[in-house]
Each structure stands twice: as C-alpha cells, then as structure tokens.
Design a protein around this ligand. Sequence first.
Ligand code: BEZ
Ligand code: FE
Length: 292
Amino acid sequence: MSDEQRNREAALTDRVVASFASTPDPRLREVMQSLTRHLHAFLREVRPTGSEWQEAIAFLTDAGHITDERRQEFILLSDVFGASMQTVTMNNEADGAATESTVLGPFFIDGSPPIPLGGDISFGATGQPCWVEGTVTGTSGKPVPDARIEVWEADDDGFYDVQYGDDRTAARGHVFSEPDGSFRFWALVPTPYPIPHDGPVGRLLAATGRSPLRASHLHFMVIAPGFRTLVTHIFVRGDELLERDSVFGVRESLVKDFVAQAAEIPTPDGRDLGGREWSRVRFDIVLAEGGA
Ligand code: BEZ
Ligand code: FE
C-alpha cells in the first residue's frame, strides 16, 4: 500500500474520532472514540469489498427482523462471540473462594414457583430425576441462611418451558437456604440443547463449522442481602460438549459429578421414584461479600 493511501485511511479514522470530541458525557465520549478506532482498525485489516460490507449489513438487518419480545438475536450474537461471557467475567471480579459466574441466558423469568426444601422443580418436565444438595456460605465460611436460590433448566427434549408457547411452568422454581445454609431439591439431570439456531446467528455458526449446542447445565441465581448476586450454572462432568460450549459459558470449577444411582438405591428423602434410576449432585455455593 502506498504511503498516500495509508495516510488517507488514517486521516479518515482521526476525523471520525475527533467528531466525538465534544460529547458532553465523558463515558460516552470514551466509548464512541474507542469503538471508532477499533472498528476502523478492523476494516483496515480485513479490507471488506463493497459487496462483503453489504452482506454484513444484511446480516444485521436479518438479526433485527427476527428479534421481538420473545427472541433476541443480538444477545445470541453477543453470546456466540463470547462477548456476553467476557462482560460477565469483567463484572464479577474473582473473589477468593467465591463461586464463579457464567451467562444468564434468555430463559430466566421472574416469579418462579416457590418449592419447599426437598421439593421437585420439574412439574412434569421430562428427564431423569436428580437430587441436588449443597450449602450457601460467604467467603468467610459462615453459612448464609434464607438465600433465595433460583433454578431453571431445559427438559430432556432440550426445551425450556417458555419455548413451548403455552403457559406451562416447568423445570424452574426457587428454594431458600436453611439457618445452617443448606438446601436440597429434586431437579432433572441436565442434557445438551442448542441455542436458537434458525436465524442469522445459526447461519453464522453453520458457515463457520461451529455447533449451536450448549454443554448440559442447570442454571442458578442466588440472591442474599449483603452478598453479590450470583448468576451461574453447574455442568455435568464427562459431557463431551464441555470443551465446545457454543456460548463459552463453561468454567472448570462449575463442572460437577452427577452421580448415577441404580433404581434400588433408596432416595435421600425416601421418595418413591417408581423403580426409575436417578442421580445426585452436590453444589456448595460461596457468595462474594457486597451488593445489596
Ligand atoms: C441458556 O443457557 O439457556 C442460553 C445461554 C445463551 C444463549 C442461549 C441459551
Ligand atoms: Fe440454559
């Protein structure tokens, strides 16, 4: 490239950066100027042709068209770029033994049903019963009583209740930890499922040889006054998708042993599962101090 060409391109970048110089809000100014520098650096490295740039605009247009109050393609785009996970990582700074965070995902809903300790969140969702137990403590090791523990997951067909388009509530609920911080409930052994991939993000994954599948997981959100709200999942040790989760949500510390139990083994609470096999998993949750 000639010096003349390089100078023209650099001068254009500088002009656009300077156009944001009098943005009154200093944070917005920083964001816009940095975005301009990075966007121009990307363009000047990749050097898209006019038709490639049109294709990129058409992709974003399609993402806009498929987005509505139930489907958010731009969040999916952020997810598959690892941008959601990077934002989670930056905003939940490592704090000693505190349990690590991961992405919220699109399927949390406020107002899940309350479940008594030892109760069942499945409400008819299909899958192998799984006994989940653990404790909630702070990083000091002190038990956290009355922590609100929200849990939600897909059924073994790979769908969350909200994806069925009827009004069912299933495979979600919340329990509260006991005075000694302990909790327990029945859920389902998580199974893999794809992120929605019938739109532009799915086409992008297909074109780049990537799978839309998420590693099997059970979602948690743990809320307790005086502690940072924890949004996380637990994953299934041995799941072959752990290394290639489509949204980069897996952290080694969140991979747990879901231990299979033969049908003859008595359940911890004496529940009769009608001769079915079941599993159990332990998740000890450590909350970072701070927050509301
Ligand atoms: C989920 O875990 O439910 C999820 C996360 C990111 C994108 C799609 C689904
Ligand atoms: Fe999920």
